[in-house]
Design a protein around this ligand. Structure first.
Ligand code: TEU
Ligand code: CA
Length: 556
């Protein structure tokens, strides 16, 4: 496949509320991002994705938009945005925005109008249904964040659909006016020069005809079979591409909730002209059985290899995916997949070595470049995430888990883990803000912070910088033919990749003990492109890998 700028480029996700606070009110903002653009440039990233920056009552931190074409006042002004875009482009970095088009805020003008009466012209912008015969919700759908997905509206005696919180009513994409409104908003930003969109829960925009009850299966399966991939989704994505995205030098990146590898191509195969790439959930959810705050399964390396393999095969040379091991919705990557204590630095470096040598666009989530870890919130009052809070409240009623255990689960899996302020230095609140931040800083900022790591040549941060610049020089990191080696080895992840005349071998130790590996090659004088330790212990064709050691060899 042709390596366009968005396929080859590395995306860095910013969660603006937690990135950098320029005016010390405890909330990150656009000027805070501008202050850090040189830092981002020094990381060798190519594209910035901003989580939502639009006006919002912040029931779900901006994923509930009340005006698609204005800036959330807490984050700054339109002038600030224009400057941010200019300054980003000046540094040769692209900027994409978060398009939340499946739902808006209940405080959006559209919904406020729609609620006024059944004949209001905006009524049909949303999904309204009569109650079931017992007066209850029209079907058994559950919201992603707990409780029924339907909310009763007293005034009209009807229910409206909200797959997320009740302050996030789902938009009715069957209505062509809704689609045009969204396309207009997209054009507004694209005309300013933004380079594309990450599309929030985009597979959910088309609902199954007749809103049938969901079967009694796990929530993940319900998402796949009922909520996502509705009958008109491809028609609308084609339309969106044709009318909007294709008119610009811009790309679309779907959050692929509910998409499994067997249908991925329908969304991202190049010849379909729908979306340019997607994130899938299989890696991010590989330890979560059905949904958050339920059953968890231990990390299993062979299972993870399988996930990467099936997705690679699904789109090989026909479509494209994006790879991430963390974002604002999941616990921290090094805490989940590495060892955030004894081998903090080693495991953080090994994981990014793995991710950056997988086929697809590489994604980094803010703070992962310094190995930010999960936080331990001491009391429910410190929790901010609506998903965690809803779980805690619901659990108070059901008493399924003790309150201590519920808080422990929130600390293990909750979204606040990824949302603590970025740790810039060892000053108060990690240098994020002089004022108490909206979500408390992880106290480990005294050790884990950008300033420390910037000075230390062996830091995680400087490893990221080196790795990303190496990746830029070797397209074989980004795509190519994959050959798995020792696939069933539960501790080592080893693969050979070939593109044209270039071959690399990637050897990663996921274990906290030394591991022996026989490469089958004469390794004398071999060029080591990436190594998270100072040395590599080689004996002819064999090597001894230190705990969490990861290397990339150039086999030419
Ligand atoms: O997330 C959608 C989504 O599927 C997540 O809710 C995910 O399943 C969950 O966090 C895992 O437990 C997107 C946004 O990324 C998220 O921040 C929003 O809350 C959500 O959509 C609604 O817009
Ligand atoms: Ca601020």
């Amino acid at each position: 496949m042709k390596l366009t700028w968005f396929r080859k480029g590395t995306i860095y996700q910013i969660y603006p509320r937690s990135f950098n606070d320029s005016n010390n009110d405890g909330v990150g903002d656009l000027r805070g991002i501008i202050e850090k653009l040189d830092y981002l440039k020094s990381l060798h990233i190519d594209i910035i994705w901003l989580s939502p920056i639009f006006s919002s009552p912040n029931d779900d931190n901006g994923y509930d938009i009340s005006d698609y074409c204005s800036i959330m006042p807490e984050f700054g002004t339109m002038e600030d945005f224009d400057e941010l875009l200019r300054e980003t482009h000046k540094r040769g970095i692209r900027l994409i925005l978060d398009l939340v088009a499946n739902h808006c805020s209940d405080e959006h003008k559209w919904f406020e109008e729609a609620k006024k009466s059944k004949n209001n012209p905006y009524r049909d912008y949303f999904h309204w249904r009569k109650p079931a015969s017992d007066g209850g919700p029209p079907n058994n759908w559950k919201s992603f964040f707990g409780g029924s997905a339907w909310e009763f509206d007293e005034a009209s005696g009807e229910y409206y659909l909200h797959l997320f919180t009740r302050k996030q009513p789902d938009l009715n994409w069957e209505n062509p006016k809704v689609r045009e409104e969204i396309y207009d908003a997209m054009r507004f930003w694209l005309d300013k020069g933004v380079d594309g969109f990450r599309m929030d829960v985009i597979p959910l925009i088309s609902k199954p005809v007749g809103y049938p009850d969901a079967p009694d299966v796990g929530f993940r399966k319900i998402i796949e079979d009922v909520y996502a991939n509705g009958p008109t989704v491809h028609q609308y994505l084609k339309e969106m591409n044709e009318k909007v995205i294709s008119k610009y030098d811009a790309f679309s990146l779907a959050e692929g909730v509910g998409i499994n590898e067997s249908i991925a191509g329908l969304y991202v195969n190049e010849d379909r002209k729908e979306l340019d790439m997607l994130y899938h959930f299989d890696i991010l959810e590989c330890t979560i059985v059905n949904g958050k705050f339920e059953e968890v399964s231990p990390f299993d390396l062979v299972n993870m290899k399988n996930i990467f393999k099936k997705w690679r095969d699904a789109v090989h040379e026909t479509g494209w995916i994006a790879n991430a091991m963390g974002n604002h919705d999941f616990a921290r990557m090094v805490s989940r997949f590495g060892d955030d204590k004894k081998y903090h630095s080693e495991s953080a470096k090994m994981l990014i070595t793995m991710l950056s040598t997988q086929n697809g666009t590489l994604n980094i989530y803010q703070g992962d470049e310094i190995g930010m870890t999960n936080v331990s919130l001491q009391h429910i009052d410190e929790v901010r995430d609506i998903q965690s809070l809803n779980f805690y409240k619901e659990n108070k009623v059901t008493k399924r888990y003790s309150e201590e255990l519920a808080l422990e689960m929130i600390n293990r899996e909750g979204r606040d883990n990824a949302r603590t302020p970025v740790q810039w230095n060892d000053e108060i609140n990690g240098g994020f803000s002089a004022k108490e931040p909206w979500l408390k800083a992880n106290p480990n900022y005294v050790n884990i912070n950008v300033e420390n790591q910037d000075k230390d040549p062996d830091s995680i941060l400087n490893f990221y910088r080196g790795l990303l610049s190496t990746r830029k020089k070797h397209d074989v990191f980004v795509h190519g033919n994959f050959e798995e080696i020792a696939f069933n080895n539960p501790n080592l992840y080893v693969y050979k990749k070939t593109l044209d005349q270039n071959t690399i071998m990637v050897i990663l130790n996921f274990n906290n003990t030394e591991e022996l590996f026989d490469s089958g090659y004469d390794l004398k004088g071999i060029e080591i492109l990436v190594n998270n330790y100072k040395n590599l212990e080689i004996d002819n064709a064999s090597m001894t890998l230190k705990p969490y050691q990861g290397v990339v060899l150039d086999l030419k």
